[in-house]
Design a protein around this ligand. Structure first.
Ligand code: TRP
Length: 460
């Protein structure tokens, strides 16, 4: 029961897996991972990333799930319910992070809808690479389109979250996630037969450690938080609707495994195109570049390209939607549990506030000069309101949140609580002692290092 006396609801079997996998798999996997892996020269970076997922991401995910299921509360309430006292500030930070992250994430998510429609209606037919690039540039500068697609995406997110856990989020993720995997499989089959596939595999899986820098290691740590939706209570919140029938470590292993699998698959779909068409590395590293300004044209050049373009963009849109609903749920669950708001009112009201905040990001990629040149941090990669928020969230808010969650669960939470939650449901190969070691020592130390490195400008 909540403060307003209503039922919170619970996932049915597999419901948590669908929802949490949906939250994890998103723009982080399909856009950001292929791009940062390319920038960091593949191979060795991929290996370091896999180690980060297993040694830092997985234990923190288990920690968030324990906090959520034990307390049956939102990110703030969870700390209060298990005797966390002041630690509830960590949850509060998470709710604020959810607000900010969703506001700009929805903007890029909206672009995927425009590109889906463009590729269906054949807008890229007959264009060359520079024309598609220009089309993207013009789109970014168009304030009406930027705000409208952001509004549409927030609208979809609000409708689903307003439906609640069972009738909204679970119902939609149970459909979208299988569809997402089917589309991926189709795109992958096509890519296996393309010329550049072998080269893509070599790039991804042959480590060359001489190319690995400390900066890449730190980037891998930061990205493992983002991609697994950790550090801001999203998994605490989703975990709070879990029943005792599910095994926490087993569910976490499945979610981490699927998320990693999709990130690697996205590379295997995107890289052969890059290698086949010999796309210049510069266009890869122009952040949003690859997805929106280079890929559309190359899909068209492939056999059956009229089909693969739309399939690809709808895939990214679905992946983004199952992530935006988890972000909104973090915020909404807090207002329902702690302040007694009703779900529908909370979802619409907060969704609108987030939409309004997102307008600043929507207009900061070229539409409004003052917002586009805004640069609080002063790095070239943080130019613009949008990039500033992403920098703050990815490099500060998520790692700091993750650090405190690891310390709280590792050192403060009663051993009896951890032990009991860990072993409910089936057993898994990752035993309690191994996890306990990771959450007490490995994860906090590694995250502390990244935070210190960010403070020192990632140079030492
Ligand atoms: N994990 C998502 C992605 O990879 C983004 C995301 C959704 C997220 N919910 C989150 C990131 C909560 C951090 C925290 O795109």
């Amino acid at each position: 029961m909540n403060a307003n006396g209503s039922e919170r609801g619970n996932w049915t079997k597999l419901g948590f897996i669908f929802a949490a996998t949906g939250s994890a798999i998103g723009l982080g996997n399909i856009w950001k991972f292929p791009y940062i892996t390319y920038e960091n020269n593949g191979g060795a970076f991929v290996l370091v990333y896999l180690i980060c997922i297993a040694a830092i991401g997985l234990p923190i995910m288990i920690a968030e799930m324990i906090l959520g299921r034990k307390s049956q509360r939102n990110a703030v309430g969870a700390f209060k319910a298990v005797g966390g006292g002041k630690w509830k500030i960590v949850g509060g930070l998470g709710v604020i992070t959810g607000f900010v992250l969703l506001s700009y994430y929805s903007v890029v998510a909206g672009w995927t809808l425009e590109y889906f429609i463009k590729s269906v209606t054949g807008a890229f037919d007959g264009m060359d690479e520079s024309e598609v690039g220009k089309l993207f540039g013009d789109f970014l500068k168009n304030p009406v389109k930027q705000i409208s697609w952001h509004a549409v995406f927030m609208g979809l997110t609000i409708i689903i979250v307003a439906g609640g856990i069972v009738k909204g989020i679970q119902r939609i993720t149970k459909i979208l996630m299988p569809v997402l995997f089917i589309i991926m499989a189709i795109l992958l089959i096509q890519s296996v037969f393309s010329e550049g596939f072998g080269q893509a595999l070599t790039f991804l899986f042959r480590p060359n450690f001489s190319e690995l820098t400390l900066g890449s290691v730190l980037e891998a740590v930061g990205h493992s938080f983002f991609t697994l939706s950790l550090g801001m209570g999203a998994i605490i919140t989703y975990g709070s609707y879990m029943t005792d029938k599910d095994s926490i470590p087993k569910s976490a292993i499945i979610v981490c495994g699927l998320d990693t699998f999709v990130a690697l698959m996205a590379c295997m779909i995107i890289y052969p195109i890059i290698f086949t068409f010999k796309i210049s590395p510069e266009s890869m590293t122009k952040s949003a570049g690859i997805l929106f300004s280079t890929l559309p044209i190359h899909f068209l050049n492939m056999p059956g390209g009229f089909l693969f373009g739309p399939l690809f963009f709808i895939l990214v849109a679905f992946a983004a939607l199952t992530s935006t609903i988890s972000l909104l749920e973090v915020v909404v669950a807090y207002f329902i549990d702690e302040l007694g708001w009703r779900r529908v009112q909370a979802t619409i009201g907060l969704g609108i506030v987030i939409f309004v905040l997102g307008i600043f990001s929507a207009l900061s990629n070229g539409a409004v000069p003052a917002l586009s040149s805004f640069n609080l941090i002063g790095k070239s990669s943080t130019a613009g309101f949008f990039n500033t928020l992403d920098y703050l969230v990815s490099n500060w808010l998520l790692p700091v949140g993750g650090f405190f969650i690891a310390v709280f669960v590792g050192w403060r939470l009663q051993v009896a609580v951890k032990d009991e939650e860990y072993y409910k449901g089936e057993k898994t190969f990752l035993n309690y002692r191994a996890w306990n070691f990771l959450i007490k020592f490995v994860a906090p130390v590694a995250v502390a290092i990244i935070i210190i490195a960010v403070i020192f400008g990632r140079e030492f």
